[in-house]
Design a protein around this ligand. Structure first.
Ligand code: ADP
Length: 484
């Protein structure tokens, strides 16, 4: 069991229309602690009719929530933000228990999640329109922005809190209402956000959390004509399915999908800074983020020195349950995640790569895996094509700038990319040539609430966070008035 300062945050029911409900047929989903394999709680496996009820409640609530002044919505969202900060330790405890990330990282996520609510509580008041000079003297042209309506969110397990607030905060700020379906592995954090939403005064139906079979719930949400917008974070594969399911109702979509981030180190880079950036971007959340560097490309002149420094640091990364002090790498989310990491390492080794550090399941057992560094990696290996989503750093060697840019872009993904160089001219050439939605230069950490997060190519559609983020929940209305 998870110990909380405020035990009220632990819920085993869903938040629908201001009530905490179980599934009519009493069906449940078990939630496991990935560090121990223990079942820590159950949540309802709602029936389609329960989800339909949530959509109907969101529709009813939209009528009043969207009519509130932006200032009023902002005040309520501000309170939600404050409650998240006040309860950050409990949110962290829930996250570590159901997701596995170390407590310090989980606390960091709680505050990161709250930062989106703070940011969009402020942006709520800045949804500006436009006036456009008409082509004739007898007309006036006004552009106004209005909330899209009822929105749905389907979110992943790797960031149980932040992936929800990054969608719900701009939606609610814009005047939309939202039904959230969290990942089945991490519903407890989502339900705790629901408790805090109620406490903040967010009215019934405005923010709802439904748990259940992903396909069934996703089916109801995408088929509904009432749901005007779907925001999804998860795999490209599921993103494609949801996009297809949304086609009959021409839903608006925001999709934050997979990545295959290149991390490029040129000969002229500050190698210590590059190693530090690589550790931060590769091993955060045990490598389970869509912006984690997946491929490390190091120029020939710096290759050996970089590998030596990286290997030394990776050997020092402590592995264990996220609740233990000083642990930096928690368990992977489940057995499938471990199998994928193993498959990528085996494939690379069979094709000639060398394991410099790690390479195996950790002696702790369960889903713990040794932080790993591979050298001699080539574009022919699986690690070059697929997102590993684990603590494995494959280090590729390259000779020229043109060559590495071509290798970095040789993927259907285009989420985040990183490069290290001290050369200003090269910096501009490389940032312009990389086909990615986000590029970090001399840093491995780029996410924050003020900047637009999102990908190009098959990494998705739309942007989250920043002043662009609220546009995803607004429609542009053109108003033309004839005055002659
Ligand atoms: P991951 O590989 O990170 O688990 P997924 O894309 O499988 O990513 O899952 C992300 C979210 O999508 C989760 O909430 C999951 O329950 C949901 N999901 C998975 N498959 C479907 C589906 N067919 N329809 C709707 N939602 C789905």
């Amino acid at each position: 069991m998870v110990k909380l300062k405020n035990p009220d945050l632990l819920r085993d029911r869903c938040l629908v229309d201001g009530k905490w409900i179980s599934a009519g047929n009493a069906k449940v989903i078990e939630v496991e602690n990935p560090a121990t394999g223990d079942v820590i709680a159950t949540v309802p496996s709602l029936a389609a009719t329960d989800v339909e009820q949530a959509v109907a409640a969101a529709n009813t609530a939209f009528a009043t929530w969207s009519k509130k002044s932006a200032k009023d919505r902002a005040a309520i969202l501000r309170r939600w933000f404050e409650l998240m900060v006040e309860n950050a330790d409990d949110l962290a405890a829930l996250m570590t228990t159901e997701q596995g990330k170390p407590l310090a990282e989980a606390r960091g996520e709680a505050l990161y999640a709250a930062s989106f609510v703070e940011w969009f509580s402020e942006e709520a008041k800045r949804v500006y329109g436009d006036t456009i000079p008409a082509p004739t003297t007898d007309k006036r042209i006004i552009i106004m922005k209005q909330p899209i309506g009822v929105c749905a969110a389907i979110t992943p397990w790797n960031f149980p809190a932040a992936m929800i607030t990054r969608k719900a905060a701009p939606a609610l700020a814009a005047g939309c209402t939202m039904v959230v379906k969290p990942a089945e592995q991490t519903p407890l954090t989502a339900l705790a956000l629901g408790v805090l939403a109620e406490q903040a005064g967010i009215p019934a139906g405005v923010f709802q959390v439904v748990t259940g079979d992903a396909r069934d719930v996703g089916g109801v949400l995408t088929a509904s004509d009432t749901v005007r917008k779907l925001s999804f974070t998860g795999s490209t594969e599921v993103g494609r399915i949801l996009m297809a399911q949304s086609a009959p109702t021409i839903k608006k979509l925001s999709l934050e999908l997979g990545g295959n981030a290149p991390f490029i180190v040129f000969d002229d880079a500050d190698l210590d800074a590059a190693v530090e950036g690589a550790i931060a971007s590769k091993y955060r959340n045990a490598g389970q983020t869509c912006v984690c560097s997946n491929r490390l490309y190091v120029q020939a002149g710096a290759y050996d020195a970089f590998v030596e420094k990286l290997a030394a640091k990776v050997r020092d990364l402590s592995v264990g349950a996220g609740t233990q002090n000083d642990v930096l790498i928690g368990p992977l989310i489940d057995a499938d995640a471990v199998a994928k990491v193993e498959e990528h390492i085996t494939d690379a080794v069979e094709k000639g790569a060398k394991v410099v550090v790690g390479g195996q399941r950790h002696s702790l057992g369960g889903t713990f895996f040794e932080p790993t560094v591979l050298t001699g990696v080539t574009q022919a290996m699986k690690v070059a094509r697929e997102e590993t989503f684990g603590p494995v750093a494959p280090v590729f060697r390259f000779d020229t700038e043109d060559q590495v840019v071509a290798m970095a872009n040789d993927t259907e993904f285009g989420l985040a990319a990183y490069f290290y160089t001290e050369d200003v001219r090269r910096t501009w050439r490389v940032v312009e040539a990389l086909e990615y939605g986000m590029v970090g230069h001399n840093t491995g950490m780029i996410s924050n609430e003020v900047a637009p997060f999102g990908g190009v190519k098959q990494s998705g559609l739309g942007r989250e966070g920043s002043h662009y983020g609220i546009d995803e929940y607004l429609e542009v209305k053109y108003f033309c008035s004839a005055i002659a």
